[in-house]
Design a protein around this ligand. Structure first.
Ligand code: XBP
Ligand code: MG
Length: 261
């Protein structure tokens, strides 16, 4: 059995709770600025999260939730501009330090670095968003901590396709059995699993009720010493109360080849 060589992190919902009070709000700001009367309320946004990628999400909204909207001749250009504005609003929000890392993330990153476990990111979001998130957490996380940052349109198909994880593995020069993925959503889990990666899921309010059949472990968050996680499904945690390398190594060594429904 291979040792655990690298951890591959999703960003949105995993490193930080970015969707409800971050991306969603920025989309709405962009809609107002463009003179549109669209409003993505919290429950609607939960439905739109079925589709990954901001541009794809806007198109999905038009296709299924706002079919009466008179489409401009250059719909692609319209969506592209709207999304660029949204990215600006989102990164401005991050620059104000409005979105912290989730519980346990900094501790786990520190531990991995101390023990020489390599780090990478595999995400659907726009690259600027990752830089803005890492730079504006307290304390800031240097981008250089992550050997590979695979994001957005670097691959043709976004999650739940495996492309972004396959690309990350290729860049790391590692096999899936040498790594673990950490995700928050069903789309992310499917993407990682289809690339053969055993996956730990830390849920959030938008993803709690999703299907995580393939996950090696499902927890409510990473926990901290004195702030235990709740195990929602999956592996025996061997008395651990928070996600650390000892637990991840046990999960890694016990994980079966990932089977995808
Ligand atoms: C994240 C996403 C992203 C963000 C918005 O999915 O789906 O689309 O919601 O980012 P995951 P952009 O966490 O599974 O990678 O607007 O920059 O696309
Ligand atoms: Mg995510």
């Amino acid at each position: 059995m291979s040792e655990l060589v690298a951890l591959i992190f999703d960003v949105d919902g995993t490193l930080a709770d970015t969707e409800r009070d971050g991306h969603r709000v920025a989309f709405n700001q962009a809609f107002v600025a463009a003179g549109l009367d669209w409003e993505w309320a919290v429950p609607l946004y939960g439905e739109l999260l079925k589709v990954t990628g901001g541009k794809e999400r806007i198109r999905y909204y038009l296709d299924y939730y706002n079919t009466a909207f008179p489409r401009p001749a250059d719909l692609d250009g319209f969506i592209k501009q709207l999304h660029a504005d949204k990215t600006r609003y989102y990164t401005e929000m991050l620059a104000l330090g409005m979105i912290p890392l989730r519980r346990g993330v900094k501790r786990l990153l520190d531990e991995a670095r101390k023990e020489g476990v390599r780090l990478a990111i595999a995400t659907t979001t726009t690259p600027e968003n990752i830089v803005a998130l890492l730079q504006n957490t307290k304390p800031p996380i240097p981008e250089s901590w992550f050997e590979v940052i695979a994001a957005g349109e670097i691959v043709p198909a976004k999650k739940p396709a495996p492309d972004i994880y396959l690309y990350t593995l290729q860049q790391l020069g590692l096999r899936p059995e040498q790594c673990l993925a950490i995700e928050d959503s069903e789309n992310g889990l499917l993407s990682a699993c289809r690339a053969g990666l055993p996956t730990v899921v830390t849920v959030n309010d938008y993803t709690r009720a999703q299907d995580f059949t393939e996950a090696a472990l499902v927890i409510d968050d990473m926990g901290e010493p004195g702030r235990p996680f709740s195990v929602l499904n999956g592996a025996d945690v061997h008395g651990h109360t928070y996600l650390n390398l000892a637990l991840l190594r046990r999960i890694r060594s016990g994980a079966m080849a990932c089977f995808v429904r």
